[in-house]
Design a binder for this molecule. Structure first.
Ligand code: PRP
Length: 185
């Protein structure tokens, strides 16, 4: 396993999540907010963010998205592998992600969800790597902008490991070829 170092402590994350929740509460009128959690990486952020919101009508829905091809080019192909089971027409919808990297996933997803005519559609991400963007994405709530390093923990994985960490760590060091393949997202 490669070396790792802490980038964001659990305390830093929890404090920022509370701030983001406060901003969201202030921005939305009373009434339901439909949180769309993108599996799998966002599950911990969604759990903490939703519990930090004060209103009782926070609806939590899940979507699965998979990417094919090389996301370093604009040919990255995305498809929905698990769809919502509610109608979001006329609702305030907040997509919640753990990280935005190339932007391929969210530029696709926002197009898909816009077609369903929500009253509003915004994005909250805990982490943003703006250097890596190849597709523009309009993101309203960003927890932390981070450099282009491979991060794990708080929902983010390395070959399905590390998702359960309470902090966010950078994976350092030389990766083997098979590790490189697993790292690619
Ligand atoms: C991550 C993340 C986003 C996507 C962002 O998911 O949760 O969905 O990558 O990358 P992009 O901006 O380059 O499209 P991942 O494919 O690692 O799946 P996981 O959440 O199930 O780990």
């Amino acid at each position: 396993m490669p070396a790792e170092r802490i980038l964001l402590t659990s305390e830093q994350i929890q404090s920022r999540v509370r701030e983001m929740a406060g901003q969201i509460e202030a921005d939305y009128p009373p009434g339901p907010i439909y949180i769309v959690s993108i599996l799998k990486g966002s599950f911990i952020f969604v759990a903490d963010l939703s519990r930090a919101l004060k209103r009782h009508c926070v609806r939590i829905e899940f979507m699965g998205i998979s990417s094919y091809g090389n996301q370093k080019t604009s040919s990255g192909q995305v498809k929905v592998t698990r769809d919502l089971d509610v109608n979001i027409e006329g609702q305030h919808v907040l997509i919640v992600e753990d990280i935005i990297d190339s932007g391929v996933t969210l530029s696709y997803l926002t197009r898909v969800l816009e077609q369903r005519k929500p009253k509003s559609l915004e994005i909250a991400t805990l982490l943003d790597k703006p250097e890596r963007r190849i597709r523009p994405v309009r993101v309203k709530y960003v927890g932390f902008q981070i450099p282009d390093e491979f991060v794990v923990g708080y929902g983010l994985d390395y070959a399905e490991d590390y998702r359960n960490l309470s902090d966010i760590r950078v994976i350092d060091g030389e990766a083997t070829d098979s590790e490189q393949a697993a790292l690619f997202r």
